[in-house]
Design a protein around this ligand. Structure first.
Ligand code: PGA
Length: 250
């Protein structure tokens, strides 16, 4: 059985003061959650978030990590730096990184390796753009992102790796894939994992849906067989909304 995982992706939102306030509000609301609860926050909020989340089951993640151990990479953060902050998860290859910051399948692969070396759990994002979807390229794009992005990883690595299927056209737009479409596409991702990696990997890897997931649609999405969780942007910024998603099964 795969344990569900609901993760927030704050993107470039919240100061330290706002971080502390939201997590303090959130803590009592999610104390009986049955799923893994994660908040991926800006680098500058990590320490505050860790402190505020202490004594709760909320795990803290980062939103990116560089692949090099150290060196002349102005503005970047290494996996060891995150490890020292006791970060648990890190988002890798989000479509906004791919779209605005030149992220490729190859750099995704290197970042996942660096994260695993530091014992961080990578949340690897894949998903097609609207044009790719309209061009009938969804499966091809997903297969390429999975095969190239996860190249070289072994079965034990997939105990840590979480995949987030985020159709780019659904992110921040209010458009959600229907629960059936999301379920089918995640089923396809599992098929690729079985074909290109191993059947046991396809069975054990947790795969989230992301893209305008909210209080209203979370129950229906989470009821789907293939969907093991959510990566939540906008709706993770308010304690009330996020806690309702975390408690989708209550
Ligand atoms: P959204 O973002 O929930 O605001 O659509 C999801 C994401 O980008 O991870």
């Amino acid at each position: 059985m795969r344990k569900a995982i609901i993760a927030g992706n704050w993107k470039m939102n919240k100061t330290m003061a706002e971080t502390k306030a939201m997590i303090e509000e959130l803590k009592p609301l999610v104390e009986n959650a049955d799923c893994d609860v994660v908040l991926c926050v800006p680098f500058t909020d990590i320490q505050t978030a860790k402190r505020a989340a202490k004594g709760s089951q909320i795990k803290i993640g980062a939103e990116n990590v560089h692949w090099a151990e150290k060196g002349a990479f102005t503005g970047e953060i290494s996996a060891d730096m995150l490890k020292e902050l006791k970060v648990d998860y890190v988002i890798i290859g989000h479509s906004e990184r791919r779209q605005y910051f030149g992220e490729t399948d190859e750099t995704v692969n290197k970042r996942v390796q660096a994260a695993l070396n530091a014992k961080l759990k990578p949340i690897v994002c894949v998903g097609e753009t609207e044009a790719e979807r309209e061009g009938g390229l969804t499966e091809k794009v997903l297969e390429r992102q999975l095969v190239e992005g996860l190249k070289g990883f072994k079965s034990k690595d997939f105990d840590k790796i979480v995949i987030a299927y985020e159709p780019v056209w659904a992110i921040g737009t209010g458009k959600t894939a229907t629960a059936t479409d999301a379920n089918n596409t995640i089923g396809y991702i599992r098929h690729v994992l079985a074909k290109k990696f191993h059947k046991s990997i396809a069975e054990k890897t947790r795969i989230q849906y992301g893209g305008s997931m909210n209080v209203k649609n979370c129950k229906e999405l989470m009821a789907m067989e293939e969907i093991d969780g959510g990566l939540i942007g906008g709706a993770s910024l308010k304690a009330d909304d996020f806690s309702q998603i975390v408690n989708y099964n209550k």
